[in-house]
Design a binder for this molecule. Structure first.
Ligand SMILES: [Zn+2]
Length: 316
C-alpha cells in the first residue's frame, strides 16, 4: 500500500478544505438570489409589491427605490446599474414619476426591456411651474392599481410564457383583493361627514385619491398641497417669509381639521406651520413609497389601509 509522506498528506487535506470552502462560498449568493430565475427590476416599492404578488416564486423581483426614497429626485447609483444588468425585465411607473426619466435611462443603457405599468391609465393633469403635466401618482386610485397589475401580468406572461397561466391566476386573485380594498376604503371614508372631507398634504400626490374617494369638493376633488410648498425633497428648501405666509394662509383658507405629513418628506417645517395655523397634524401618510419591511405599510394594500385609518381618525 502506498502512503503519502506526512507533510504532503497535510497539504492535500488543506487543499480539499480550501476547495470545499470555496464551493460553499460560491453557492451562497446564488442560492440567496434564486439562482437561475429571471430577475424583474421595478423602479418603485409599490410596483415591486405588485410584481411579487404576481411572480410568486417563479421570478426574482427587485426594487431600485428603498422604502422612504423619493422617486422625483432619485439619483441612480452604480449598484443600480448592476441590478438592472441582472434584469430580464424592467418595470417603471412612467408619467414622469421617475424624475429625469432615470429608470428609462438605466434600462436603455443596459439594453433591457422596459414596461411602463401605468400604460392605459387616463392621467389627471397637474400644474407645475407654469406647465401642465400628467400627474404621476396614479396608484392612489385602486382602480388604476388594477391597470398596473394587468400590465405586469401581461409582461410576465411574455417573459415566461410557460407559466403565463400562473401569472394570470395570481393576478386575478390579487385583483379581487384590490376590489375588496376599494370597497373597504369607500365604507371607511363614509364615516367622515362630507363637509370634513378636506385632505391637506405636503405634496400634491393625492389627486387620484381625492377624485376616487370624494375629498376636497371645494377644490374640484383635487388634493390640496398648500401654496408655496413644492413637490419632493424641495419641500421646506428655499422657504422665504413670503412663501411661509402663503402656506399659512392657504391652510387657513382650506378649513382643514388636520394636515398630513408624508413619509418621503422631511416633516420639520410642517410641524412649525401646523403650530402657527392651529391645525392638527393628522399623522404621516405613505405617498410615493411604501413602508419598511415589517411595518404595517410594507405592502400596497397595507399602505392604503394605514393611510385610511389615519385619515378617518383625524377627520371624522
Ligand atoms: Zn410624488
Amino acid at each position: 500500500m502506498f502512503f503519502l509522506p506526512d507533510r504532503l498528506d497535510r497539504r492535500f487535506h488543506l487543499l480539499r478544505l480550501i476547495i470545499l470552502f470555496l464551493m460553499i462560498l460560491l453557492s451562497l449568493p446564488l442560492a440567496a438570489l434564486g439562482a437561475g430565475k429571471p430577475v424583474v427590476v421595478a423602479s418603485t416599492t409599490q410596483i415591486a409589491d405588485f410584481a411579487r404578488e404576481i411572480a410568486g416564486d417563479r421570478l426574482v423581483v427587485r426594487s431600485i427605490l428603498a422604502p422612504g426614497a423619493d422617486p422625483h429626485t432619485y439619483q441612480p447609483t452604480p449598484n443600480d446599474v448592476q441590478v438592472v444588468l441582472s434584469a430580464s425585465l424592467c418595470l417603471e411607473n412612467g408619467l414622469h414619476l421617475e424624475g429625469k426619466n432615470w429608470m428609462g435611462a438605466l434600462a436603455r443603457d443596459a439594453g433591457k426591456e422596459l414596461v411602463t405599468v401605468s400604460r392605459g391609465v387616463a392621467p389627471l393633469q397637474l400644474g407645475k411651474e407654469g406647465q401642465v403635466v400628467p400627474d404621476p401618482h396614479a396608484w392612489f386610485s385602486v382602480q388604476n392599481a388594477a391597470i398596473y397589475v394587468n400590465n405586469i401580468v401581461e409582461a410576465m406572461g411574455r417573459l415566461d410564457p410557460a407559466h403565463a397561466a400562473e401569472y394570470q391566476a395570481r393576478g386575478s386573485l390579487y385583483l379581487q383583493q384590490l376590489r375588496v380594498l376599494d370597497a373597504w376604503i369607500r365604507d371607511e371614508v363614509g364615516r367622515i361627514p362630507p363637509s370634513r372631507r378636506i385632505l391637506v398634504t405636503t405634496h400634491d400626490a393625492f389627486n387620484y385619491f381625492c377624485r376616487d374617494y370624494r375629498f376636497n369638493p371645494n377644490n374640484r376633488y383635487q388634493s390640496i398641497a398648500p401654496v408655496g410648498w413644492s413637490t419632493g425633497a424641495e419641500v421646506g428648501g428655499g422657504m422665504t417669509p413670503k412663501r411661509h405666509q402663503q402656506v399659512v394662509d392657504s391652510i387657513r383658507r382650506s378649513g382643514a381639521r388636520a394636515i398630513f405629513v408624508e413619509t418621503t418628506i422631511n416633516p420639520k417645517q410642517i410641524r412649525e406651520i401646523a403650530q402657527e395655523t392651529g391645525v392638527a397634524i393628522g399623522g404621516e401618510l405613505y405617498s410615493d413609497s411604501m413602508g419598511k419591511a415589517g411595518s404595517a405599510g410594507e405592502s400596497y394594500i397595507g399602505m392604503m389601509r394605514e393611510n385610511i385609518l389615519l385619515i378617518v381618525q383625524a377627520l371624522k
